[in-house]
Design a protein around this ligand. Structure first.
Ligand code: GLU
Length: 547
Protein backbone atom coordinates (compact mmCIF):
# COMPACT_ATOMS: atom_id res chain seq x y z
CA UNK A 1 0.00 0.00 0.00
CA UNK A 2 1.20 3.49 -0.86
CA UNK A 3 0.50 5.17 2.46
CA UNK A 4 1.41 8.63 1.20
CA UNK A 5 -1.16 8.26 -1.59
CA UNK A 6 -3.75 6.99 0.90
CA UNK A 7 -3.14 9.88 3.30
CA UNK A 8 -3.40 12.46 0.52
CA UNK A 9 -6.54 10.82 -0.78
CA UNK A 10 -8.22 11.00 2.61
CA UNK A 11 -6.97 14.45 3.61
CA UNK A 12 -6.46 16.39 0.39
CA UNK A 13 -6.86 19.74 2.14
CA UNK A 14 -4.76 19.24 5.24
CA UNK A 15 -3.34 22.67 6.07
CA UNK A 16 -0.99 21.91 8.91
CA UNK A 17 0.97 18.80 9.72
CA UNK A 18 1.74 17.10 12.97
CA UNK A 19 5.16 18.78 12.93
CA UNK A 20 3.56 22.21 12.55
CA UNK A 21 1.46 21.56 15.65
CA UNK A 22 4.42 20.27 17.57
CA UNK A 23 6.18 23.55 16.82
CA UNK A 24 3.12 25.53 17.79
CA UNK A 25 2.81 23.70 21.12
CA UNK A 26 6.39 23.28 22.32
CA UNK A 27 7.31 21.29 25.42
CA UNK A 28 6.37 23.19 28.58
CA UNK A 29 9.20 24.80 30.45
CA UNK A 30 8.60 23.79 34.02
CA UNK A 31 10.83 22.86 36.89
CA UNK A 32 11.75 19.23 37.31
CA UNK A 33 8.99 17.06 38.84
CA UNK A 34 6.35 19.73 38.16
CA UNK A 35 3.15 17.91 37.31
CA UNK A 36 0.82 18.93 34.52
CA UNK A 37 -2.64 17.60 35.20
CA UNK A 38 -6.04 18.17 33.77
CA UNK A 39 -9.70 17.74 34.37
CA UNK A 40 -11.32 16.53 31.18
CA UNK A 41 -15.07 16.18 31.57
CA UNK A 42 -17.61 15.67 28.84
CA UNK A 43 -20.05 18.56 28.92
CA UNK A 44 -22.88 16.47 30.30
CA UNK A 45 -23.91 19.02 32.90
CA UNK A 46 -23.46 19.28 36.62
CA UNK A 47 -20.36 18.34 38.50
CA UNK A 48 -20.96 15.60 41.05
CA UNK A 49 -18.90 14.44 43.98
CA UNK A 50 -17.06 11.77 41.96
CA UNK A 51 -15.87 14.21 39.33
CA UNK A 52 -15.09 16.83 41.94
CA UNK A 53 -12.90 14.27 43.72
CA UNK A 54 -10.95 13.48 40.53
CA UNK A 55 -10.48 17.15 39.71
CA UNK A 56 -9.46 17.90 43.31
CA UNK A 57 -6.70 15.28 43.16
CA UNK A 58 -5.40 16.63 39.85
CA UNK A 59 -5.56 20.18 41.17
CA UNK A 60 -3.63 19.33 44.34
CA UNK A 61 -0.86 17.51 42.48
CA UNK A 62 -0.35 20.40 40.06
CA UNK A 63 -0.35 22.98 42.85
CA UNK A 64 1.95 21.18 45.25
CA UNK A 65 4.50 20.42 42.53
CA UNK A 66 4.50 23.92 41.02
CA UNK A 67 2.94 22.61 37.82
CA UNK A 68 -0.12 23.39 35.73
CA UNK A 69 -3.73 22.33 36.09
CA UNK A 70 -5.98 22.84 33.10
CA UNK A 71 -9.54 22.19 32.04
CA UNK A 72 -10.28 20.45 28.77
CA UNK A 73 -13.79 19.87 27.54
CA UNK A 74 -14.21 16.54 25.81
CA UNK A 75 -17.22 17.15 23.64
CA UNK A 76 -16.58 14.90 20.68
CA UNK A 77 -19.56 12.73 21.50
CA UNK A 78 -22.12 15.34 20.65
CA UNK A 79 -25.03 13.05 21.45
CA UNK A 80 -24.14 13.29 25.13
CA UNK A 81 -23.92 17.04 25.25
CA UNK A 82 -26.39 19.12 27.27
CA UNK A 83 -27.19 22.77 26.84
CA UNK A 84 -24.88 25.09 28.79
CA UNK A 85 -22.94 22.02 29.92
CA UNK A 86 -19.59 23.80 29.69
CA UNK A 87 -20.72 26.91 31.59
CA UNK A 88 -22.27 24.70 34.24
CA UNK A 89 -19.05 22.76 34.78
CA UNK A 90 -16.94 25.89 35.01
CA UNK A 91 -19.33 27.58 37.42
CA UNK A 92 -19.71 24.47 39.61
CA UNK A 93 -15.95 24.09 39.92
CA UNK A 94 -15.51 27.77 40.66
CA UNK A 95 -18.01 27.46 43.49
CA UNK A 96 -15.94 24.62 44.88
CA UNK A 97 -12.86 26.79 44.61
CA UNK A 98 -11.13 24.60 42.05
CA UNK A 99 -9.25 27.05 39.85
CA UNK A 100 -7.61 26.30 36.55
CA UNK A 101 -4.46 27.78 35.12
CA UNK A 102 -5.66 27.21 31.57
CA UNK A 103 -8.93 26.29 29.95
CA UNK A 104 -11.98 27.50 28.03
CA UNK A 105 -12.72 31.08 28.96
CA UNK A 106 -9.35 31.38 30.71
CA UNK A 107 -7.07 30.86 27.75
CA UNK A 108 -3.56 29.44 27.69
CA UNK A 109 -0.79 28.65 25.24
CA UNK A 110 -2.00 25.12 24.52
CA UNK A 111 -5.58 25.81 23.49
CA UNK A 112 -8.17 25.57 22.17
CA UNK A 113 -9.28 23.59 25.21
CA UNK A 114 -12.55 22.38 23.73
CA UNK A 115 -12.04 19.27 21.65
CA UNK A 116 -14.62 20.11 18.99
CA UNK A 117 -12.46 23.16 18.17
CA UNK A 118 -9.39 21.00 17.56
CA UNK A 119 -10.63 18.98 14.61
CA UNK A 120 -7.74 19.97 12.30
CA UNK A 121 -5.21 18.97 14.93
CA UNK A 122 -6.63 15.44 15.19
CA UNK A 123 -6.71 15.20 11.40
CA UNK A 124 -3.01 16.07 11.23
CA UNK A 125 -2.23 13.29 13.68
CA UNK A 126 -4.41 10.74 11.91
CA UNK A 127 -2.70 11.73 8.68
CA UNK A 128 0.61 10.99 10.36
CA UNK A 129 -0.59 7.56 11.54
CA UNK A 130 -1.84 6.73 8.04
CA UNK A 131 1.54 7.68 6.60
CA UNK A 132 3.14 5.24 9.00
CA UNK A 133 0.69 2.50 8.14
CA UNK A 134 -0.98 2.58 11.57
CA UNK A 135 -4.45 3.69 10.48
CA UNK A 136 -6.84 3.08 7.62
CA UNK A 137 -10.36 3.89 6.47
CA UNK A 138 -13.20 1.42 6.97
CA UNK A 139 -16.51 1.65 5.15
CA UNK A 140 -18.76 -0.91 6.84
CA UNK A 141 -22.29 0.23 7.44
CA UNK A 142 -23.97 0.05 10.83
CA UNK A 143 -25.92 -2.99 9.65
CA UNK A 144 -22.79 -4.78 8.49
CA UNK A 145 -21.15 -4.18 11.84
CA UNK A 146 -24.25 -5.43 13.67
CA UNK A 147 -24.21 -8.55 11.55
CA UNK A 148 -20.53 -9.10 12.32
CA UNK A 149 -21.27 -8.90 16.05
CA UNK A 150 -24.15 -11.33 15.71
CA UNK A 151 -21.91 -13.86 14.02
CA UNK A 152 -19.21 -13.37 16.65
CA UNK A 153 -21.75 -13.91 19.41
CA UNK A 154 -23.07 -17.02 17.71
CA UNK A 155 -19.57 -18.42 17.25
CA UNK A 156 -18.71 -17.47 20.82
CA UNK A 157 -15.90 -15.21 19.67
CA UNK A 158 -14.83 -11.97 21.21
CA UNK A 159 -16.98 -9.12 19.95
CA UNK A 160 -15.23 -6.40 18.02
CA UNK A 161 -13.39 -5.25 14.95
CA UNK A 162 -10.12 -7.18 14.97
CA UNK A 163 -8.07 -9.80 13.15
CA UNK A 164 -9.90 -11.39 10.26
CA UNK A 165 -13.04 -9.36 11.07
CA UNK A 166 -11.16 -6.16 10.28
CA UNK A 167 -12.23 -6.08 6.64
CA UNK A 168 -11.05 -2.50 6.06
CA UNK A 169 -7.46 -3.63 6.48
CA UNK A 170 -7.71 -5.58 3.26
CA UNK A 171 -8.96 -2.81 1.00
CA UNK A 172 -6.70 -1.75 -1.83
CA UNK A 173 -6.05 1.88 -2.67
CA UNK A 174 -8.30 1.52 -5.72
CA UNK A 175 -11.17 0.09 -3.67
CA UNK A 176 -10.82 2.93 -1.17
CA UNK A 177 -10.80 5.44 -4.01
CA UNK A 178 -13.97 3.88 -5.38
CA UNK A 179 -15.74 4.15 -2.00
CA UNK A 180 -14.71 7.78 -1.73
CA UNK A 181 -16.01 8.52 -5.21
CA UNK A 182 -19.31 6.91 -4.19
CA UNK A 183 -19.34 9.17 -1.11
CA UNK A 184 -19.66 6.17 1.16
CA UNK A 185 -19.44 7.19 4.80
CA UNK A 186 -16.35 5.89 6.57
CA UNK A 187 -14.40 5.97 9.78
CA UNK A 188 -10.64 5.88 10.29
CA UNK A 189 -9.51 2.94 12.37
CA UNK A 190 -6.35 2.11 14.20
CA UNK A 191 -4.33 -0.77 12.78
CA UNK A 192 -3.77 -2.41 16.15
CA UNK A 193 -0.50 -4.22 16.51
CA UNK A 194 -1.19 -6.15 19.70
CA UNK A 195 -2.37 -9.66 20.22
CA UNK A 196 -5.07 -10.74 22.65
CA UNK A 197 -3.01 -13.72 23.79
CA UNK A 198 -0.12 -11.54 24.79
CA UNK A 199 -0.03 -9.77 28.09
CA UNK A 200 0.55 -6.07 28.20
CA UNK A 201 2.05 -4.73 31.39
CA UNK A 202 2.02 -1.19 32.68
CA UNK A 203 2.28 0.63 35.98
CA UNK A 204 -0.62 2.53 37.38
CA UNK A 205 0.29 5.22 39.91
CA UNK A 206 -2.37 3.99 42.34
CA UNK A 207 -3.03 0.36 41.49
CA UNK A 208 0.57 -0.62 40.79
CA UNK A 209 1.50 -3.24 38.21
CA UNK A 210 -1.33 -4.06 35.83
CA UNK A 211 -1.40 -6.92 33.34
CA UNK A 212 -4.02 -6.83 30.61
CA UNK A 213 -4.29 -8.42 27.17
CA UNK A 214 -2.48 -6.30 24.63
CA UNK A 215 -4.76 -4.47 22.23
CA UNK A 216 -5.74 -6.07 18.95
CA UNK A 217 -8.93 -4.05 18.40
CA UNK A 218 -8.92 -1.73 15.41
CA UNK A 219 -10.78 0.93 17.33
CA UNK A 220 -12.25 3.98 15.64
CA UNK A 221 -9.99 7.01 15.72
CA UNK A 222 -12.09 9.38 13.61
CA UNK A 223 -15.84 8.98 13.37
CA UNK A 224 -17.95 9.48 10.28
CA UNK A 225 -18.51 13.09 11.25
CA UNK A 226 -14.77 13.67 11.21
CA UNK A 227 -14.60 14.13 14.97
CA UNK A 228 -12.25 11.92 16.96
CA UNK A 229 -13.22 9.37 19.58
CA UNK A 230 -12.28 9.95 23.22
CA UNK A 231 -9.61 7.25 22.90
CA UNK A 232 -7.76 9.11 20.18
CA UNK A 233 -8.48 12.72 21.08
CA UNK A 234 -7.24 12.47 24.64
CA UNK A 235 -3.99 10.88 23.50
CA UNK A 236 -3.27 13.70 21.03
CA UNK A 237 -4.30 16.35 23.55
CA UNK A 238 -2.41 14.95 26.50
CA UNK A 239 0.67 14.79 24.31
CA UNK A 240 0.41 18.31 22.86
CA UNK A 241 -0.74 19.87 26.14
CA UNK A 242 2.17 18.30 27.99
CA UNK A 243 0.11 16.34 30.53
CA UNK A 244 2.38 14.43 32.87
CA UNK A 245 -0.28 12.64 34.94
CA UNK A 246 -3.75 11.55 33.96
CA UNK A 247 -6.01 11.03 36.97
CA UNK A 248 -9.27 9.46 35.86
CA UNK A 249 -11.97 7.01 36.83
CA UNK A 250 -11.02 3.34 36.76
CA UNK A 251 -13.68 2.59 34.17
CA UNK A 252 -10.87 3.57 31.78
CA UNK A 253 -8.34 1.10 33.16
CA UNK A 254 -9.21 -1.69 30.73
CA UNK A 255 -8.72 0.57 27.70
CA UNK A 256 -5.35 1.86 28.86
CA UNK A 257 -3.47 -0.68 26.68
CA UNK A 258 -5.13 0.97 23.66
CA UNK A 259 -4.03 4.40 24.80
CA UNK A 260 -0.48 3.31 25.49
CA UNK A 261 -0.36 1.60 22.10
CA UNK A 262 -1.43 4.87 20.49
CA UNK A 263 1.29 6.82 22.29
CA UNK A 264 3.81 4.26 21.10
CA UNK A 265 2.62 4.48 17.52
CA UNK A 266 2.89 8.25 17.67
CA UNK A 267 6.40 7.72 18.98
CA UNK A 268 5.92 9.88 22.08
CA UNK A 269 6.25 9.39 25.82
CA UNK A 270 2.89 8.70 27.48
CA UNK A 271 1.80 10.44 30.65
CA UNK A 272 1.56 8.43 33.85
CA UNK A 273 -1.91 7.07 34.48
CA UNK A 274 -3.64 7.02 37.86
CA UNK A 275 -6.98 5.26 37.96
CA UNK A 276 -9.22 6.05 40.90
CA UNK A 277 -11.90 3.69 42.08
CA UNK A 278 -15.37 5.20 42.38
CA UNK A 279 -16.60 6.67 45.64
CA UNK A 280 -18.84 4.24 47.43
CA UNK A 281 -21.54 4.36 50.05
CA UNK A 282 -22.40 1.96 52.82
CA UNK A 283 -26.05 1.17 53.30
CA UNK A 284 -26.57 -1.23 56.16
CA UNK A 285 -24.21 -4.04 55.22
CA UNK A 286 -24.02 -3.32 51.55
CA UNK A 287 -21.45 -1.16 49.81
CA UNK A 288 -22.34 0.31 46.46
CA UNK A 289 -21.21 3.10 44.16
CA UNK A 290 -22.22 6.61 45.21
CA UNK A 291 -24.99 7.40 42.79
CA UNK A 292 -25.93 10.65 41.09
CA UNK A 293 -29.47 9.45 40.91
CA UNK A 294 -30.08 8.12 44.41
CA UNK A 295 -27.70 9.93 46.78
CA UNK A 296 -28.31 13.53 47.64
CA UNK A 297 -24.74 13.92 48.87
CA UNK A 298 -23.50 13.18 45.35
CA UNK A 299 -24.81 16.45 43.95
CA UNK A 300 -23.09 19.74 44.65
CA UNK A 301 -26.45 21.45 44.89
CA UNK A 302 -27.10 19.67 48.16
CA UNK A 303 -24.04 21.27 49.77
CA UNK A 304 -24.97 24.69 48.50
CA UNK A 305 -28.50 24.41 49.83
CA UNK A 306 -27.46 23.09 53.22
CA UNK A 307 -24.67 25.61 53.50
CA UNK A 308 -21.83 23.15 53.88
CA UNK A 309 -18.70 25.18 53.31
CA UNK A 310 -16.53 24.50 50.31
CA UNK A 311 -13.52 24.25 52.56
CA UNK A 312 -15.14 21.48 54.62
CA UNK A 313 -15.77 19.51 51.44
CA UNK A 314 -12.16 19.95 50.43
CA UNK A 315 -10.90 18.87 53.84
CA UNK A 316 -13.04 15.77 53.58
CA UNK A 317 -11.88 15.02 50.04
CA UNK A 318 -8.31 15.46 51.25
CA UNK A 319 -8.91 12.74 53.86
CA UNK A 320 -10.32 10.43 51.18
CA UNK A 321 -7.35 11.22 48.99
CA UNK A 322 -4.70 10.44 51.64
CA UNK A 323 -6.16 9.00 54.84
CA UNK A 324 -3.27 10.33 56.94
CA UNK A 325 -4.46 13.85 56.19
CA UNK A 326 -7.19 13.36 58.78
CA UNK A 327 -4.79 12.85 61.69
CA UNK A 328 -2.69 15.73 60.51
CA UNK A 329 -5.75 17.96 60.26
CA UNK A 330 -7.32 17.02 63.57
CA UNK A 331 -4.16 17.22 65.59
CA UNK A 332 -2.93 20.42 64.08
CA UNK A 333 -4.84 23.64 64.66
CA UNK A 334 -3.07 25.42 61.84
CA UNK A 335 -3.33 22.52 59.38
CA UNK A 336 -3.93 23.45 55.78
CA UNK A 337 -4.33 21.41 52.62
CA UNK A 338 -1.49 23.25 50.95
CA UNK A 339 0.97 22.35 53.70
CA UNK A 340 0.37 18.61 53.49
CA UNK A 341 2.23 16.49 50.97
CA UNK A 342 -0.16 14.23 49.08
CA UNK A 343 1.18 11.23 47.23
CA UNK A 344 -0.21 8.45 45.07
CA UNK A 345 1.41 5.92 47.40
CA UNK A 346 -0.73 7.10 50.31
CA UNK A 347 -3.90 6.51 48.28
CA UNK A 348 -6.12 3.52 48.86
CA UNK A 349 -6.49 1.13 45.95
CA UNK A 350 -10.14 0.27 46.62
CA UNK A 351 -13.08 2.65 46.37
CA UNK A 352 -13.25 5.20 49.17
CA UNK A 353 -16.32 5.09 51.33
CA UNK A 354 -18.10 8.43 51.20
CA UNK A 355 -19.47 9.21 54.64
CA UNK A 356 -21.54 12.35 55.00
CA UNK A 357 -21.47 12.15 58.80
CA UNK A 358 -17.71 12.28 58.73
CA UNK A 359 -17.79 15.23 56.36
CA UNK A 360 -20.09 17.09 58.76
CA UNK A 361 -17.84 16.22 61.69
CA UNK A 362 -14.86 17.72 59.85
CA UNK A 363 -16.97 20.70 58.96
CA UNK A 364 -17.62 21.32 62.68
CA UNK A 365 -13.89 21.25 63.33
CA UNK A 366 -13.34 23.61 60.45
CA UNK A 367 -15.96 26.05 61.78
CA UNK A 368 -14.53 25.84 65.28
CA UNK A 369 -11.16 27.04 64.02
CA UNK A 370 -12.40 30.20 62.38
CA UNK A 371 -12.33 33.48 64.24
CA UNK A 372 -15.76 35.03 64.77
CA UNK A 373 -14.93 37.64 62.16
CA UNK A 374 -13.87 35.06 59.59
CA UNK A 375 -17.02 33.09 60.26
CA UNK A 376 -19.13 36.23 59.92
CA UNK A 377 -17.62 37.01 56.54
CA UNK A 378 -18.00 33.44 55.34
CA UNK A 379 -21.63 33.04 56.19
CA UNK A 380 -22.89 36.31 54.72
CA UNK A 381 -22.93 35.19 51.04
CA UNK A 382 -24.91 32.11 52.04
CA UNK A 383 -27.63 34.11 53.83
CA UNK A 384 -27.64 36.85 51.25
CA UNK A 385 -28.56 34.26 48.68
CA UNK A 386 -30.75 31.91 50.68
CA UNK A 387 -32.33 33.89 53.51
CA UNK A 388 -32.26 37.64 52.82
CA UNK A 389 -34.35 38.37 55.92
CA UNK A 390 -31.84 36.81 58.28
CA UNK A 391 -29.06 38.41 56.26
CA UNK A 392 -30.52 41.83 57.10
CA UNK A 393 -30.63 40.92 60.78
CA UNK A 394 -27.08 39.59 60.75
CA UNK A 395 -25.67 42.67 59.10
CA UNK A 396 -27.66 45.34 60.95
CA UNK A 397 -25.01 45.50 63.63
CA UNK A 398 -21.98 43.46 62.52
CA UNK A 399 -20.17 43.78 65.82
CA UNK A 400 -23.21 42.41 67.67
CA UNK A 401 -23.34 39.38 65.35
CA UNK A 402 -19.61 38.88 65.66
CA UNK A 403 -19.89 38.89 69.45
CA UNK A 404 -22.59 36.19 69.22
CA UNK A 405 -20.40 34.13 66.92
CA UNK A 406 -17.57 34.55 69.36
CA UNK A 407 -19.41 32.77 72.19
CA UNK A 408 -17.35 29.76 73.33
CA UNK A 409 -14.98 30.29 70.43
CA UNK A 410 -11.78 31.50 71.99
CA UNK A 411 -11.28 28.98 74.81
CA UNK A 412 -9.37 25.72 74.76
CA UNK A 413 -12.39 23.75 73.58
CA UNK A 414 -14.27 25.92 71.12
CA UNK A 415 -17.89 25.11 70.42
CA UNK A 416 -18.52 22.51 67.75
CA UNK A 417 -22.23 22.74 67.09
CA UNK A 418 -22.01 24.39 63.68
CA UNK A 419 -21.62 22.02 60.75
CA UNK A 420 -23.43 24.14 58.19
CA UNK A 421 -24.25 27.80 57.66
CA UNK A 422 -27.86 26.88 58.38
CA UNK A 423 -26.83 25.68 61.85
CA UNK A 424 -25.76 29.20 62.68
CA UNK A 425 -29.28 30.50 62.43
CA UNK A 426 -30.55 27.43 64.26
CA UNK A 427 -28.28 28.17 67.20
CA UNK A 428 -28.29 31.97 67.34
CA UNK A 429 -31.66 33.31 66.18
CA UNK A 430 -32.86 33.92 69.73
CA UNK A 431 -30.19 36.54 70.25
CA UNK A 432 -31.95 38.81 67.77
CA UNK A 433 -35.03 40.58 69.17
CA UNK A 434 -36.87 40.37 65.84
CA UNK A 435 -36.77 36.57 65.98
CA UNK A 436 -37.12 36.26 69.74
CA UNK A 437 -40.34 38.27 69.68
CA UNK A 438 -41.82 36.11 66.97
CA UNK A 439 -40.94 32.82 68.59
CA UNK A 440 -43.73 30.79 70.13
CA UNK A 441 -41.72 28.91 72.73
CA UNK A 442 -42.61 25.80 70.82
CA UNK A 443 -39.06 24.61 70.87
CA UNK A 444 -38.76 24.87 74.64
CA UNK A 445 -42.11 25.51 76.33
CA UNK A 446 -42.29 27.26 79.67
CA UNK A 447 -43.22 24.69 82.29
CA UNK A 448 -45.62 25.30 85.16
CA UNK A 449 -42.80 24.67 87.57
CA UNK A 450 -40.85 27.62 86.17
CA UNK A 451 -40.79 30.70 88.35
CA UNK A 452 -40.80 33.96 86.42
CA UNK A 453 -40.98 36.24 89.50
CA UNK A 454 -37.88 34.55 90.87
CA UNK A 455 -35.97 35.10 87.63
CA UNK A 456 -37.17 38.69 87.49
CA UNK A 457 -35.98 39.44 91.02
CA UNK A 458 -32.66 37.83 90.26
CA UNK A 459 -32.05 39.97 87.19
CA UNK A 460 -33.35 43.15 88.79
CA UNK A 461 -31.60 42.86 92.11
CA UNK A 462 -28.62 40.55 91.80
CA UNK A 463 -27.39 40.29 88.25
CA UNK A 464 -24.56 42.67 87.55
CA UNK A 465 -23.07 42.98 84.07
CA UNK A 466 -19.61 43.78 85.30
CA UNK A 467 -19.25 40.60 87.37
CA UNK A 468 -16.68 38.09 86.24
CA UNK A 469 -17.97 34.65 85.35
CA UNK A 470 -16.95 33.16 88.71
CA UNK A 471 -18.51 35.96 90.71
CA UNK A 472 -21.66 35.78 88.59
CA UNK A 473 -22.04 32.07 89.24
CA UNK A 474 -21.38 32.35 92.97
CA UNK A 475 -23.91 35.16 93.32
CA UNK A 476 -26.50 33.20 91.34
CA UNK A 477 -26.08 30.16 93.59
CA UNK A 478 -26.20 32.27 96.71
CA UNK A 479 -29.40 33.94 95.54
CA UNK A 480 -31.28 30.76 94.63
CA UNK A 481 -30.32 29.06 97.86
CA UNK A 482 -32.44 31.67 99.65
CA UNK A 483 -35.44 30.45 97.66
CA UNK A 484 -35.02 26.73 98.35
CA UNK A 485 -33.00 25.79 95.30
CA UNK A 486 -29.88 23.70 95.89
CA UNK A 487 -26.56 25.29 94.93
CA UNK A 488 -25.38 22.09 93.29
CA UNK A 489 -26.95 18.99 91.80
CA UNK A 490 -25.15 16.90 94.40
CA UNK A 491 -26.70 18.85 97.25
CA UNK A 492 -30.10 18.49 95.65
CA UNK A 493 -29.79 14.74 95.19
CA UNK A 494 -28.97 14.27 98.87
CA UNK A 495 -32.43 15.55 99.83
CA UNK A 496 -34.65 16.28 96.81
CA UNK A 497 -37.75 16.75 98.97
CA UNK A 498 -36.27 19.81 100.57
CA UNK A 499 -35.71 21.74 97.33
CA UNK A 500 -37.69 23.06 94.36
CA UNK A 501 -34.71 22.21 92.20
CA UNK A 502 -31.04 23.11 91.83
CA UNK A 503 -28.84 25.56 90.00
CA UNK A 504 -29.35 23.60 86.77
CA UNK A 505 -33.11 24.05 87.08
CA UNK A 506 -32.70 27.79 87.42
CA UNK A 507 -30.34 27.96 84.47
CA UNK A 508 -32.90 26.02 82.45
CA UNK A 509 -35.53 28.65 83.31
CA UNK A 510 -33.17 31.42 82.22
CA UNK A 511 -32.48 29.58 78.97
CA UNK A 512 -36.10 28.98 78.17
CA UNK A 513 -37.31 32.45 79.18
CA UNK A 514 -34.56 34.39 77.51
CA UNK A 515 -33.42 32.13 74.67
CA UNK A 516 -36.45 29.86 74.04
CA UNK A 517 -34.15 26.88 74.10
CA UNK A 518 -33.19 24.10 76.48
CA UNK A 519 -29.70 24.02 75.10
CA UNK A 520 -27.52 27.01 74.57
CA UNK A 521 -23.83 27.66 74.77
CA UNK A 522 -22.46 29.41 77.83
CA UNK A 523 -25.27 31.44 79.47
CA UNK A 524 -22.88 33.89 81.07
CA UNK A 525 -21.54 34.92 77.66
CA UNK A 526 -25.01 35.15 76.15
CA UNK A 527 -26.29 37.32 79.00
CA UNK A 528 -23.33 39.63 78.63
CA UNK A 529 -24.12 40.13 74.96
CA UNK A 530 -27.83 40.62 75.58
CA UNK A 531 -27.21 43.35 78.24
CA UNK A 532 -29.19 43.80 81.42
CA UNK A 533 -31.60 46.22 79.82
CA UNK A 534 -32.68 43.80 77.10
CA UNK A 535 -32.82 40.92 79.56
CA UNK A 536 -35.31 42.88 81.66
CA UNK A 537 -37.25 43.91 78.56
CA UNK A 538 -37.61 40.27 77.61
CA UNK A 539 -38.79 39.33 81.10
CA UNK A 540 -41.32 42.15 81.23
CA UNK A 541 -42.52 41.08 77.78
CA UNK A 542 -43.18 37.54 79.01
CA UNK A 543 -44.93 38.90 82.07
CA UNK A 544 -47.26 40.96 79.95
CA UNK A 545 -47.98 37.91 77.87
CA UNK A 546 -46.28 39.37 74.88
CA UNK A 547 -42.63 39.40 74.11
N1 GLU B 1 -13.97 12.68 29.08
C1 GLU B 1 -13.68 11.57 29.92
C2 GLU B 1 -14.85 11.36 30.87
O1 GLU B 1 -15.64 12.28 31.03
C3 GLU B 1 -12.44 11.88 30.70
C4 GLU B 1 -11.59 10.74 31.08
C5 GLU B 1 -10.19 11.30 31.32
O2 GLU B 1 -10.03 12.07 32.28
O3 GLU B 1 -9.30 11.02 30.53
O4 GLU B 1 -14.96 10.33 31.47
Amino acid sequence: MDYQALASLLFPHLKETREDYEKKYPKRELKEKAMVTRFAPSPTGFIHMGSLYASFISYIFAKQSGGVFYLRIEDTDQKREVENGIEQIISDLKKQDICFDEGPGIGGEYGPYIQSERKEIYHAFVYDLILKGYAYPAFETKEELEKMKEIQAKEKRRIGYYGSYAKGRKLSLEQIQQHLENHDPYVIRLKANGSFDQKFEFKDCIKGRIMLPSNDMDIVLLKQDGLPTYQFAHVVDDYLMGTTHVVRGDEWLSSTPIHLQLFRMLGVKPPKYAHIAPLTKKIENRVRKLSKRYDKECSMEYYQKEGIPTMAIKIYLATLFNASFEDYYLSNKDASISNFTFTFQKMGVGGSLFDLTKLLFLSKTYFSRLTAKQLYEELLPFYQENDPEFYQVLTKDPSYTISILNVERTGKKPRKDFATYQDIKKHTWYMYDEYYKQSTMERAPILDSYDLPLIKIYFEKVYCESDSKDVWYEKLKEFISQYDYAKTVKEYLQDPEQYHGHVGTVCEMIRVYLFCSLETPDIYELLQILTKKRILDRIVGIQKGKK
